[in-house]
Every structure is written in structure tokens, then in C-alpha cells.
Design a protein around this ligand. Sequence first.
Ligand code: GAL
Length: 381
Amino acid sequence: MNNIFCKISLTLAFAILSICARSQDLNHSFRPGQVWPDNTGRHINAHGGGIIYYNDTYYWFGEFRLPRYEKDKTRYGVSCYSSKDLLNWKNEGLALKVITDSASLLNPGCVIERPKVIFNKKTGKYVMWFHHELKGQGYKAALTGVAVSENITGPYSYIRSIRPNAGAWPQDFPEENKKSMADGKELKNGSVEWKQAVVEGLYVRRDFDGGQMARDMTLFVDNDGKAYHIHASEENMTLHFSELTDDYLDFTGKYYRVLPGESNEAPALFFSKGKYFMFTSGTTGWKPNAARLSVAKKISGEWKSVGNPCRGTDDENKITFGSQSTQILPVEGKKNVFIYMGDRWIEDNLADSRHIWLPVEWEKGFPVIKWYPNWSLNKIK
Ligand code: GAL
């Protein structure tokens, strides 16, 4: 009798202990800047990423960064994690992997940044675009790559990498700017004259035949189902909003220049309360700078800058709480509820870069962000 009682109590104690241990492992709130363990206890390695919602689940795609001195670059690619509650993420492995064939542009040693995935209702396929730089060429190539999959978690099949909109002029590009012979070679980078020449399309003309540059990027599906590839172009001086074809796998050749000459990157867009909003950063590489908010009535613009959306101390606002935007995530099932997702880059160990997620709050009809070291979803109503 005693023996049985003892066994039952032991089993019970063991069960309670393991439940406690497991619940201790769960993430209960967002803790921006801290290590964010996945279901295996490792920091989430999905940087410059984006999330889509499908079948009651969120899927997070991002840069899977290898340790800096890792010699084996074949494990590199785009990671995918899934979650029901945005706090606890299951590692789904690499959705897109580099291809171990030196003839492929996506070979080990290339750079993949800011991957984003969208779903195409017409084809029933998931489409991934990413900023792609070629092995050993730094940031010179300025290409965008595209891959496709029938399953959300992949594997994604790589299609190609290109410079968008070769042979096409931007919408509303003045005739006289198309004809200008100026190549800007005599202008000093950063001078007032050079900036004016950039605004008037200096680099658009230079890259007309080969295609426009595409570095930092995001994707945005508009309310009518049309998708846009939004990328830092013209030597990072101007954003291009480039329309994608119906299957989202190519460019239509229709594109808009947004905030010409204003040097924006890290674009993150959302639609709320009848307006389009966009968070961007300035261009200081891995070092954070002040976020910028822009607003438009139509996706094609005109986009107006409305200042810094950060509401912290001056020092915090200057560096966006130590982060750079990557996406503004709509929270499923809640109206006008969004999360700011940013990266706090750790340049010499990018895999360890921290995720800065903050609730989007509203001030006089404009989105703003404040710092919370520890917060949960019920913070945003
Ligand atoms: C940042 C950009 C990152 C990465 C980095 C490289 O400005 O947002 O995605 O490209 O530069 O220096």
C-alpha cells in the first residue's frame, strides 16, 4: 500500500516538475534587446526578416547568419520559424539554402539580406524575394533574388536574381530628364549640385539599360492584391516602388520613385485607417540612426515625410532605441494593432543581432513607438 502511494506521489511530483520546467522555458512577454530563445533554446536566427500569417500560424523568415569565422558557408540561407502566439517560435530550418554549385549566383559565400515572403492567391504559391549580393563583390551587385515554393516553410526553389526594371522609365519621370546628357562625373559626391542631379535622375539614367539597383527591400501587397517590391535604389538615395506581375515572380516595368535623393533604407510599410505608412532609416550601415515616418494616400504617392516616430529620450530617438526597421506586423484578429519589428545589429556577430519588437501606438492619427523593456500583446488595444 505504502509502496503504491509512494510510487504515485513520485510520478506526480515528476510530472509537476517537468511541467514547471517546460513552462519556465516558454517566453511570456516580449523583451526587446534580450536573447530570444526558440523551441530548442537557441537565439532566433532570423534577421532583417518578415512575418506572414497563414492557417492560424505566424511564419517568420529572416537572414540565417553564420558565425563570422565559419568556413563552411553551405549552411547559409533564409531561416523560417513558426508560432501561434508571436512569443514562442519553432525552428522550421532553412526555407532557402545556398546552392553548392559555383555556376549558381546563389552559391556559398554570397550575401542574402532582408528576405520577405508573400502568398499569391492566383497560383497558390509562396513567393520569396531578397536582397542578393554576389560572392566576393561586397555590395556592388545590388540584385534582388526570387524563389518560390508550394509549401510555406519551403524548401523554396531559387529562380533568378536581377536588377529590376531594365529599359523602363519610372512613372512621372519628366521627358527632359530622360534626355539629359549629364553623367555627373564632375560632381562631388554629397555636394548640393550632385544631390540635385540625383533627384533629377542621374542614376536612373545610368542604370536604365542594365536595370535599377536593389538593396534594402520589403514586399507589400496592396488592398487590390497588387504586390510591390520596395527597394533602396540609385546608390541608396531613392526608394523604388516596383510593381510585380500577377504571379509575383517578375517586375511589370511600372515603378515609382519615392522620396528621391533622401537616402532611405530599411523600408517597412503598412496600411491603416485609410492611409499608407512607411518606417525607414537613414543609411549608416549596421549602426542605428533616427527612424523616419512617411505617409501617403495612395501607394504610388505622393509620400510625405512626417518626422521621427520615436517617443523616447533624445538619445533614444537618435538611434531608434538601437534598432533599424524591418517590418510593421499586423496582429491577426485585432484591428489597427501592429508591432514594430527592428534589428539591433551586432556587426561582428550578426547571428547574435537582437530583435527589437515594440508596440505601435497612435498619436494624433500617426503611429509612434516607445521603449518597453518587457511587454505583452494586451499592452496594445
Ligand atoms: C544596412 C542595411 C543592412 C545591411 C547593412 C550592411 O544599412 O540596412 O540590411 O545591408 O547596411 O552594411
